[in-house]
Design a protein around this ligand. Structure first.
Ligand SMILES: Cc1ncc(COP(=O)(O)O)c(C=O)c1O
Length: 370
């Protein structure tokens, strides 16, 4: 059997460990300078005026929607293919998610489908758009529709740190950007963590208050916040990881180009699209396999030491917790994609041999060796 190829690989180095040790010895564990430094550097990287560190990506989305006043009676448009956490905050706030189908090439919210959904909506309030797998959504078109219907725009950039559209980083394109640093993401904080980005000072201040029990600068509890703070040790790791992220993205993009070279011509799979003007950061490298063959494909690769993942196996409205709360129609493109998608190993340290092992296995499957 070939060397095994892990699905992902989380980088921690001595500099990160030393910085955490310094924080631990400093005695300042929350609300300190590490969070402020990380926020300033993250805002600069995203080209936004503000970045606010929070406890995880789900909290980022919840707080973003809260400060945009999303609540009962509001309809929020979301792609049918995204992680559950894009949708759960909408339901938590008593608003209604409206599921929009995806573009068959980009795998992100389809502007034509949004146009129809917004026209049919009685109380359109916002879009929560996901840059899925690291591929930026069609923001120019989506923003134009948002403008026409007066919709607020939340970017779920949990899988797409530093992806760009015409040179502009995601998280700077809508009203608010939301990021996750969960350990499998393109950068982590060595645990759970999240970030909210915005150019709007009022929104940023409101989120800063809500993450810390609704306290303002004077210490008064002026709004009903809870505790969604980002710890100092996590912020220290995040800041170190952020500095390395551009070179890690290069590594991911090189790996994706090498996969494309071998697999674009392979009959068993459909490879991800490269979109003019968009920089994909390949949180995942998803391929579509023939309908009904996913489990056989994954087992075949597994036998050859290649780990795979599925992101995700169904649309969000097909999840039981959503199905029982929302009467949503199916979205055929997203449903078919979810039935066929498989994510191949992807991280910045994939070697040429790793790529060859994966591609040999995929091609052997295509040639009928199964
Ligand atoms: C697209 C998307 N949105 C939101 C989240 C939620 O982030 P977290 O796990 O940090 O709460 C994730 C990651 O898990 C995600 O992939």
């Amino acid at each position: 059997m070939s060397e095994s190829v892990p699905f992902t690989d989380i980088a921690m180095d001595d500099a990160m460990v030393e910085r955490v040790e310094a924080v631990l010895r400093s005695g300042r564990h929350v609300k300190g300078p590490e969070c402020e430094t990380f926020e300033a550097n993250f805002a600069a990287a995203c080209e936004t005026d503000h970045a606010v560190g929070v406890s995880n990506g789900t909290a980022a989305l919840l707080l973003a929607m809260k400060v945009l006043d999303i609540g009962p009676g509001d309809e929020v448009f979301v792609p049918a293919h995204t992680y559950f956490a894009t949708v759960s905050p909408i339901l938590e706030l008593g608003a209604t998610p409206r599921f929009v189908d995806i573009d068959p090439e980009r795998y992100t919210m389809d502007p034509d489908a949004l146009r129809d959904a917004a026209a049919a909506s009685e109380s359109p309030a916002a879009i929560a758009v996901t840059h899925m797998h690291g591929q930026p959504a069609a923001m120019d078109e989506l923003l134009a529709i948002a403008d026409r219907h007066d919709l607020r725009v939340i970017e779920d950039a949990a899988q797409a740190h530093l992806a760009t559209v015409d040179g502009r980083p995601v998280g700077s394109l809508g009203d608010i950007g939301c990021f996750s640093f969960y350990p499998t993401k393109n950068m982590t904080v060595g645990g759970d963590g999240g970030m909210v980005t915005t150019d709007d000072e009022t929104l940023a201040d409101h989120i800063r208050a809500l993450r810390n029990h609704g306290r303002d600068e004077s210490g008064e509890h002026v709004s009903l916040g809870l505790n969604y703070r980002l710890d100092e040790t996590n912020a220290a790791v995040g800041d170190e990881q952020l500095a390395r992220l551009p070179s890690w993205i290069d590594g991911r993009r090189e790996a994706a180009a090498a996969y494309d070279d071998r697999l674009n011509a392979c009959s068993a799979v459909v490879t991800p699209a490269t979109v003019e003007g968009a920089t994909h950061v390949y949180h995942h490298y998803p391929v579509q396999v023939p309908a009904g063959e996913r489990e056989a494909f994954r087992a075949f690769l597994d036998e050859r030491g290649v780990s795979t993942g599925v992101h995700y196996d169904r649309t969000v409205q097909a999840q039981p917790a959503v199905r029982e709360r929302v009467d949503a129609s199916e979205t055929p493109v997203a449903a078919e994609y979810c039935a066929r998608t498989v994510s191949l190993p992807m991280h910045p340290r994939l070697s040429d041999d790793d790529i060859a092992t994966v591609c040999d296995a995929v091609e052997a499957f295509a040639e009928g060796e199964r």
